[in-house]
Design a protein around this ligand. Structure first.
Ligand code: ZN
Length: 412
């Protein structure tokens, strides 16, 4: 194969990926106005339903604009040898390949982040604002951005530097060392996420004594779940959308409830959401997800090790002298169809897990309370009640509200 053919394969992969996404979006949008299933008629009143329709359509149009912009950006970059240009800037700064790789990815990351910044600003301060979801201030938005960048420089930069160093030192065996590094890092972050990452962005306070806490403790005791850490997070400082999640394991395990969830739901409903989260833990989903992520990472790195040294990857992007970072970029694009497939498998698995967690909540607490929480949460986030099957299959990590309703009522 010539570098030229590989170049056009890279271009084809990008365009095909875009087209598939757009077809799925289109199919989904065609069903925006379908009649609401009768089981879900009480989610919206007429006025709210109209608002949810407008919201979906506005998000859909905005999605077409942003993804088309990104497509033109990457294609323009490829056809005008952008990667080669950035590479020569990086090489003019240092002769050290770790520093070259850091500068190279630094420029690409910050340039693309700044170019797409107006879109995320518009999404937050125009669209989300219009539908009453946004609580972020411009100051908080900028602060979040800066903190995200700092985290990226320290964590992303550190890991990248180590990988390039492994590659220099161990050649194509670098993937083993990288796999171990990433695995240790993933487990560490999973374990201490709530203590290390969350405090950078949010305030977490233990759920205060009171009837909600007693109900939760009574439930936890009943199912034999040792739960010392129940925290409330100030999600309301960014958005009105509500959530709850589980993090960590062993002694570090904790359940985090958004303050918005506590405001929007009745106590029995909150306990039912919590019972669902406990279900994830009891059914070992936390460990299974972690194991799946580790296996996928190993596979990806192994595949990378087979190709990254091949000069054709660098040549296809217009760079004469092959290097690890250019090979990594080319591989990253060529790998995207495979990551689409692993993504499909992960979403399929995740939907299975959601049913299991729902069933756990129904069997150990109250299925009806969970149904009414799910309906309230869907309603208050103006979510789509009539998504297209293909769209659900590809993108949904959770079953649809209707599917969960039918499952909880035991007739699916
Ligand atoms: Zn879940």
């Amino acid at each position: 194969m010539t570098p030229e053919i590989l170049f056009y394969i890279i271009v084809a992969v990008i365009i095909l990926d875009f087209l598939i996404e757009k077809v799925l979006d289109y199919l989904n949008a065609k069903h925006f106005d379908d009649p609401v299933p009768k089981e879900l008629e009480d989610v919206y009143d007429e006025k709210e339903y109209k608002r949810s329709q407008d919201y979906k359509k506005e998000r859909y149009r905005f999605g077409i604009i942003t993804s088309s912009f990104s497509l033109l950006l990457i294609l323009g970059f490829l056809f005008f040898d952008g990667f080669a240009a950035v590479n020569s800037i990086a090489e003019s700064i240092s002769g050290n390949s770790i520093i070259i790789a850091l500068v190279f990815f630094g420029i690409i990351f910050f340039a693309s982040d700044l170019l797409t910044l107006p879109f995320s600003w518009y999404s937050t301060f125009v669209i989300e604002e219009k539908y009453g979801f946004n609580k972020t201030t411009p100051k908080l938005f900028i602060l979040d951005k800066l903190k995200g960048w700092a985290l990226m420089i320290v964590v992303g930069g550190g890991i990248l530097a180590l990988i390039v160093w492994f590659y220099q030192w161990a050649g194509s065996n670098f993937w083993w060392y990288t796999w171990i590094l990433v695995t240790v890092f993933t487990i560490f972050v999973n374990m201490f996420y709530a203590k290390l990452i969350v405090p950078l962005f949010n305030k977490q306070t233990p759920l205060p004594e009171g009837s909600l806490r007693s109900k939760i403790e009574e439930y936890a005791h009943k199912v034999g779940f040792k739960l010392d850490n129940i925290f409330v997070i100030d999600g309301s400082k960014r958005s009105t959308k509500a959530n709850a999640y589980f993090s960590g394991f062993g002694k570090e395990k904790r359940i985090t409830l958004y303050d918005t969830l506590i405001n929007d739901l009745e106590e029995e409903e909150i306990v039912s959401v919590l019972a669902h989260e406990v279900g994830h833990y009891k059914k070992k989903h936390v460990i299974a997800n972690l194991a799946a992520a580790i296996i996928t990472t190993g596979f990806t790195l192994w595949l990378l090790s087979l190709f990254v040294g091949n000069p054709i990857l660098s040549n296809a992007l217009g760079v004469e002298e092959p290097s690890f970072h250019i090979g990594l970029i080319a591989f990253g694009i060529l790998y995207s169809p495979i990551s689409e497939i692993t993504g499909l498998i992960m979403n399929y698995l995740s939907r299975k897990f959601e049913y299991q967690a729902d069933n756990f909540a129904r069997n150990t607490y109250d299925g009806e309370a969970l149904i009414s929480s799910l309906k309230k949460l869907s309603g208050s986030s103006l979510s789509n009640l009539t998504p297209h099957k293909a769209y659900v299959f590809v993108h949904y990590s959770h079953p649809t509200l209707l599917q969960r309703y039918k499952n909880l009522r035991g007739r699916d």
